[in-house]
Design a binder for this molecule. Structure first.
Ligand code: GLN
Length: 541
């Protein structure tokens, strides 16, 4: 029977609930249990697709085309388990469901209420689309005490009541701050948070305590006494050099044992911790260092490019190299000379995904410098589209080549499919028609033999995740190629450009998809592996 593990957070946000959930999932899946990890988000948006990444972090796209919370990225990276649309729910989606049913008359005249109608919908989601999973881990977004989280907490309380202790486990992640002035750890915030949970009918079974440094038995005993948990159930999550230390940190304190004991699982399966041990060993023995400039608009928050950060890190480890990232605000390099100065001490340049005309000049400048000085270049999604525009605009008559994303143009080299199919001379960007027009999720691409892309993937056919509205306009194929761009990956029907490269450059690649979404520590992505290798070669020059 499937067992449900619920993870809540207390005291403050940003304690790393996503990492803790992923780490627990990793320990279970490395023990050969079938695991599913889900996120329940209390906000009212239907999904995070429309949210500004500098406020909410990256939007993670699943294979089946859902725009989800960035925590799903952690789940995939830590476990290798592919997330699905049904693994992320928001209050918005729950209400949408409830209201649809109300309009259809499904509630047979009853007054529609948070309890039981909304909570029933949440419970249904938690149990939805399962196939013999041993464990389902549900991370509840937000912090206990938030008004928005209440229906979710009520739903999991009801589930404990329905399924019993043997099938449900409550884990609470809380903060134990160290007060320098008093020279001691303070357990009161944790006590209050647990009290708040108790008020909602939830007694945590395991307490994970985030602290800046190690605390000892004294604090553990105090927490255990006041929070009504056994001493062994109080587990310390201290600051780590890398998030990838957390699975072992939890394991070493007996978390897995506690968890399996709680569920009264007698025949414990063998856990293989080797992958983490090897990975952490590699991290501690890096031999070289490279510096990559990421030229983007949301550079104020590295969370906006979480998967990218991680993918570069994974491939760095793969190449025994520390990857230093220099975040460059594209608006600050609109002067070409300044741009060259800013980028010249970097071993590689990366223009990641992005939206809108704002800041594109600096990104185009970065591409020019990479070409001029033979600096390895990786363009992801928007970074590929801009590389094409930069290239074609060097042809006579194509100086004004543009994307319809930027407004009216007579040279729509990048545009929406329905726009270039109309085959009109003037293309107008329809601002009122953006919803539902994205290409989302996994799509297949066919690679050109003997291309760089082919040598990187070592296969003819690949599948990668997309999240974009505009495409390379096939009507300009000839001119694009004439400008020095090789179209090395195409959609199976040959109409959509998936990968580009340049033969007149040591390492220049643009991809319409997001390879960073598929990189994991144990399976770093071949494109980033090759990119970091090119950076290394560039650093020896
Ligand atoms: N803005 C571009 C588009 O919508 C690129 C999107 C992206 O980089 N993810 O096509």
């Amino acid at each position: 029977m499937t067992k449900f593990i619920f993870i809540t957070g207390g005291v403050v946000s940003s304690l790393g609930k996503g990492i803790v959930s992923s780490s627990i999932a990793s320990l279970l899946s490395l023990s050969n249990y079938k695991v599913r990890v889900r996120k329940l988000d209390p906000y009212l948006n239907i999904d995070p697709g429309t949210m500004n990444p500098s406020q909410h972090g990256e939007v993670f796209v699943t294979d089946d085309g859902a725009e989800t919370d960035m925590d799903l990225g952690h789940y995939e990276r830590f476990t290798g388990i592919i997330s699905k649309k049904n693994d992320n729910i928001t209050t918005g989606k729950i209400y949408e469901e409830v209201l649809k049913k109300e309009r259809r008359g499904d509630y047979l005249g009853s007054t529609v209420q948070v309890i039981p109608h909304v909570t029933n919908e949440i419970k249904k989601f938690i149990k939805k689309d399962l196939k013999n999973e041993d464990f389902v881990i549900c991370e509840i977004g937000g912090t206990v005490g938030d008004i928005e989280s209440l229906p979710f907490l009520e739903a999991i309380r009801q589930l404990r009541n329905e399924l019993g202790k043997n099938q449900t486990l409550f884990i609470h992640l809380t903060l134990v701050p160290f007060l320098t002035s008093a020279n001691e750890f303070k357990t009161k915030p944790t006590q209050h948070s647990v009290k708040e949970l108790l008020g909602l009918g939830i007694q945590p079974d395991l307490l994970l305590c985030r602290a800046e440094k190690k605390f000892d038995k004294k604090e553990k005993s105090k927490i255990s006494l006041f929070c009504n948990t056994s001493l062994d159930s109080v587990i310390l999550v201290e600051n780590a050099i890398t998030i990838y230390e957390i699975p072992l940190m939890l394991y070493n304190q007996g978390l897995l044992k506690q968890l399996l004991n709680h569920f009264e699982i007698k025949n414990k399966r063998t856990l293989n911790l080797r992958p983490w041990e090897d990975f952490l060993k590699k991290i501690s023995q890096l031999k070289s260092k490279v510096k990559v400039a990421i030229v983007g608009k949301y550079t104020n928050l590295s969370e906006s490019y979480k998967s990218l950060n991680e993918a570069l890190f994974h491939s760095g480890i793969f190449n025994n190299t520390k990857v230093e990232i220099k975040w460059v605000d594209s608006k600050k390099i609109e002067d070409l000379k300044k741009c060259e100065k800013e980028l010249n001490n970097c071993n590689g340049i990366l223009v990641p995904g992005g939206f809108g005309k704002d800041g594109t000049l600096g990104k185009i400048n970065a591409i020019k410098i990479s070409k001029k000085n033979s600096i390895p270049y990786l363009g992801i999604c928007f970074g590929m589209q801009l590389a094409i525009l930069e290239s074609i605009s060097n042809l006579k008559g194509y100086e004004k080549a543009s994307s319809t994303e930027f407004g009216k143009t007579s040279l729509p080299v990048i545009s929406m499919i329905h726009e270039w199919k109309k085959n009109k001379k003037i293309f107008i960007h329809d601002k009122n028609n953006l919803g539902g027009s994205m290409r989302l999720g996994s799509y297949t691409a066919i690679l050109k033999k003997k291309s760089k892309a082919h040598s990187i993937y070592k296969k003819n056919k690949i599948s990668e995740r997309h999240r974009h509205r505009y495409e390379v306009n096939y009507n300009y194929k000839k001119q694009i190629e004439k400008s020095g761009v090789v179209l090395s990956g195409m959609s199976p029907d040959g109409n959509l450009v998936e990968i580009i490269e340049r033969n007149d450059h040591p390492w220049f690649l643009g991809v319409q998809f997001h390879p960073e979404l598929k990189s994991t520590p144990f399976n770093p992505h071949p494109i980033f592996n090759s990119f970091i290798n090119a950076l290394l070669e560039n650093s020896f020059k």
